[in-house]
Each structure stands twice: as structure tokens, then as C-alpha cells.
Write a protein that binds this ligand. Sequence first.
Ligand code: SF4
Length: 204
Amino acid sequence: MDDLIPLSALQHYVFCPRQCAYIHIERLWQDNYFSAQGKQLHERVHGTEAEQRGNCRTERGVAVSSERYGLVGNLDLLEMYTKPFMLVPVEYKRGKPKVTDCDRVQVCAQALCLEEMRNVKINRAALWYWQPRRREWVELDETIRQKTLDTIRATRVLLNQGKLPKAVYIPGCKPCSFFETCNPKKRDSSTKYVKGLFTYEEAA
Ligand code: SF4
């Protein structure tokens, strides 16, 4: 696949490669309470006009892309500060900060696009979480940049292969909108059951 990778696919991949494949290979989308709420939040953010507050101008729903990394997507919010000049991409999330780096990778990839498009260096990005109503700063250091580049590579491999990876039960399965379709617990236990049969036969 030589197509551009949607920025959201990177977030989905870090959260769960199977979820990424459902959405970006199988083109399936299933809303549940959480995803519908998330969609509503994004519509509300994108529907707001650009504004100027002090030395900061904000724009919403800003389209970005990267030829270098093969990415495309939209920023929820771009903050443009003067004195000192600084660009800060901000991503809005429905829930609370996650254990994995999925949201940090997404916002770092947004910064990579902006750096290429505007020929600037971006040191910080931000995530705004609706549940605790709190902003979390993301320092764009080498560690998160490397993780983002690794995720871009891995996501490209997955999308090129065009196959649904095996289901592995994770804590994120419970609120996942694909839970019913995917049924990761059942798959896990049936795999264990089949494995158990072979172990039994080998031992016999
Ligand atoms: S239910 Fe779990 S394994 Fe299945 S797609 Fe969702 S997060 Fe991934």
C-alpha cells in the first residue's frame, strides 16, 4: 500500500493492531456509547471558529500531511503563539489519559506533519481529556519521536498485508466498539482449548 496513512490509524495501531485492521483494512466502524461520545466531542471542537486570545491564535480542524512519512489527517486544534513563536497541536480525547502511548504517538505524528509543512521545530504538543477536563503536555523528545516512527512503519506493514491480526485480550477490549464482533475472550479461550488438546495428545 502506497496510500497515505491516516493519523488516527497510528493511535488505533498502538491501542490494538486488530482494531486498526477492522477500521482501516476492513473499513468497519461500529459505534458504542464511548465512540459516539468521542465523535460528538470532535464535531463540537471542529465546529468552533478560529479565535485570537492574547498572543495565541487558534484554528480548528486543520488539515495536515507529510510526504516524508506518508501521513494525512486533521488537527483538532492548532495553537499559534507569537513572542515567542510556537506551534502547538492539540488533540481532544473523550476519556482519560491512557496507560499506553497511543494518544501521544498520534499527537507526535501531527507535529511531524506540521514540522514538514511549515519548516519549524515543535517541542511540545498537548492532549485534552474530557473526563478529567485536563490538558496533558507531551514533550516531543527522542523517545516519543522514535516510537512514532516505529509505529508508522509497523502500521504500514499491517495495512500492506491487509490481514486481520489475531485477537489478544487487553484491558482496552471492554470499552472497544468491536468487542461483540471480535469477541477476544472467546477466541483466547478456544485457542487455549485447542492448544490444550494437542498438549494432551503429545503427552499421551
Ligand atoms: S475487542 Fe480487544 S482485541 Fe478486539 S479489536 Fe477491540 S481492543 Fe482489539
